[in-house]
Design a protein around this ligand. Structure first.
Ligand code: ZN
Length: 257
């Protein structure tokens, strides 16, 4: 386990928290001498200023989803726990900082790892998903059980879930980011990749209803640019639409039939 995840586990141990329902972030923040307030931040979702003894966290009042708000707060607490002891420190965290995996500052990446471990502690997560089939229904159940966004739940599943999945976010008909489990057979979808007709997510951007149940799609629907993708490859695809962002979140997993 990396240092950032260890810090999250230390915090859970310190407050004897053994299930997600007990995890009251603001209470923990206060106990750690962190004041939390909502504020109309301009370009950031969250920010923190702290010295050796205490700190102030501001969470953007523009965040609507409780899951996103919670992740942002966990992320800010992460900055504090990871580099506590510094004389004075501050971080301003944009949406990009909170959702990017590559090309992100190390401190931002670490705060994200901390937040994922704190909110979806690995043993809790493994218990929850054990013997459950992978599909978007499960991802939604994870999100509601752990009180996180569907996106955070899907990424966590891709990291430590039972089956290798790919998580893809598309907006305005193009891929904005993707995250694959290390054992998922294909890896490469370029940013800005135009969705193809043979994917299910495509339907949404054509103004059609997107089916809620998983269905099989050809691998080239998503991995046309991946040289390892062959015509024979097929995957299960399952989507959830996010109309407020004109976005679709997709998960893919291998067809083993
Ligand atoms: Zn940050």
């Amino acid at each position: 386990m990396g240092r950032a995840a260890e810090k999250a586990v230390e915090l859970l141990d310190k407050y004897c928290i053994d299930n997600p329902a007990q995890l009251e972030l603001e209470v923990i923040a206060n106990a750690e001498y962190l004041i939390v307030e909502e504020a109309p931040l301009k370009n950031e979702l969250g920010r923190i200023v702290y010295n050796e003894d205490y700190g102030l966290i501001k969470i953007s009042s523009r965040i609507k989803e409780p899951g996103m708000k919670r992740f942002t707060l966990a992320h800010e607490i992460g900055h504090y726990c990871i580099s506590k002891g510094r004389k004075l420190n501050k971080h301003g965290c944009s949406l990009e900082n909170l959702t990017t995996f590559k090309n992100n500052l190390k401190s931002e990446q670490e705060a994200n790892i901390f937040a994922a471990e704190l909110l979806m502690h690995k043993p809790w997560f493994s218990d929850f998903i054990r013997d459950k089939e992978i599909n978007m229904e499960l991802i939604k159940n994870i999100a509601s059980y752990f009180n996180v966004s569907v996106t955070a739940a899907a990424i966590r599943y891709a990291e430590i879930g039972q089956y290798p999945i790919a998580v893809i976010m598309s907006k305005d008909g193009k891929v904005t980011w993707c995250y694959m489990n290390e054992y998922f057979p294909l890896k490469f979808i370029p940013k800005g990749y135009f969705l193809r007709k043979d994917s299910i997510a495509y339907d949404y951007f054509e103004g059609k209803e997107v089916q809620e149940t998983p269905d099989l799609v050809p691998g080239i629907a998503w991995f046309r640019e991946d040289y390892k993708c062959t015509k024979e490859m097929i995957f299960w695809e399952n989507d959830i639409v996010m109309p407020n962002y004109n976005s679709v979140l997709t998960i893919l997993w291998e067809f083993d039939g």
